[in-house]
Design a protein around this ligand. Structure first.
Ligand code: DGY
Length: 327
């Protein structure tokens, strides 16, 4: 019997590759950068399964180029805004993602950004490296207290709740805004509901974003919403770059409308080294490393590979983005 053909678009941890290699003929792209669109389209032709990254656009053109035998797209990420889900469903393609395994790791990063921003950790380290540390100074690099401050969480899904628990552990007052979350789930993590997003923005010292990117959340944080925030507030984004209007954020940081932004995700992404945001002293940017720990990336590779294999065997994976496709 011929083995299914699979394309893995980047070198993921070995644990996942072993699962695929056992039963498939797999091509793995080992390049330092993602495949160009042209190369990607060439390589998907005739495949049965695709294990892809959030940096690849999986649209109708790609699905058509792959051919009608394509059964599964397994995304090496929890977010799947890079995939045209209705187009996949219309073609009977199962889409899988990696929820759960990266929740705590991503929440750790969100909280690291919050703490680094509040206590000016990066600036302080730069100060020392630049040979500016001459003596103990009463007013040197003063930051913001984290304990007893108000943390506003927008989007109280898995990662939002994990950040809320961290906030409570630091004795913060935790607020949230999320139309979909039931009160019991919020109470579990000690988060208090705000009726409107504006109410949360007005009183929060830290605002952390945990919504998926969709038509509804594109530029959710725009000029108008930034204006509502405290001038001392810190914005943390570990969700998707396009949830924030970059130009509006630049203006808000430049004019002191808000104090600081700490971003794991940006729009555009990657952010060019010469981008105006990087010229601001009150903006910290890290390169989309929310789930980047050895253990979590291994778990993601296993989960993405197992889901892909299950679909290729005509079995249902544990997590599926478009379950209606199986009906
Ligand atoms: C995701 O999974 O969506 C993150 O952004 C990367 O791990």
């Amino acid at each position: 019997m011929t083995k299914p053909k699979v394309l893995v678009t980047r070198e993921i941890p070995e644990e996942g590759l072993e699962i695929i290699n056992e039963k498939c003929t797999a091509e793995v792209w080992h390049g330092e950068l993602p495949l160009s669109r042209k190369e990607l389209l060439k390589k998907v032709s005739g495949i049965d399964g695709l294990l892809c990254m959030l940096s690849e656009t999986i649209d109708e053109e790609l699905m058509n180029t792959a051919g009608p035998q394509l059964k599964v797209v397994s995304n090496y990420a929890v977010g799947y805004d890079n995939i045209n889900i209705p187009a996949a469903t219309a073609r009977g393609i199962v889409v899988c993602n990696t929820p759960g395994v990266l929740t705590e790791t991503t929440a750790d990063l969100a909280f690291s950004l919050l703490m680094s921003a509040a206590r000016r950790v990066v600036e302080s380290a730069d100060h020392v490296r630049a040979g500016k540390w001459k003596t103990w100074e009463p007013k040197l690099l003063l930051g913001m207290d984290i304990h007893q401050a108000t943390l506003g969480i927008i989007g109280l899904g898995r990662i939002g709740r994990a950040v809320a628990r961290r906030g409570r552990g630091f004795n913060m007052k935790v607020l949230y805004y999320d139309q979909d979350v039931k009160y019991e789930k919020a109470e579990e993590v000690g988060a208090l509901a705000c009726e409107t997003m504006d109410e949360l923005l007005k009183v929060s010292d830290f605002v952390s974003l945990h919504v998926p990117l969709s038509d509804e959340t594109l530029h959710l944080i725009d000029e108008n919403r930034l204006e509502k925030m405290k001038s001392t507030a810190i914005l943390i984004n570990t969700s998707r770059g396009q949830v924030v209007d970059t130009d509006a954020l630049y203006k808000a940081l430049k004019t002191g409308e808000i104090a600081y932004a700490a971003l794991d995700v940006t729009d555009p992404e990657p952010l060019p080294a010469k981008h105006k945001l990087l010229k601001l002293p009150n903006c910290l940017v890290v390169p989309h490393i929310g789930s980047a720990t050895v253990a979590t990336r291994e778990l993601m590779s296993i989960m993405a590979a197992e889901s892909l294999m299950l679909v290729l065997k005509d079995e249902a994976p544990r997590f599926i983005v478009n379950p209606e496709v199986l009906q």
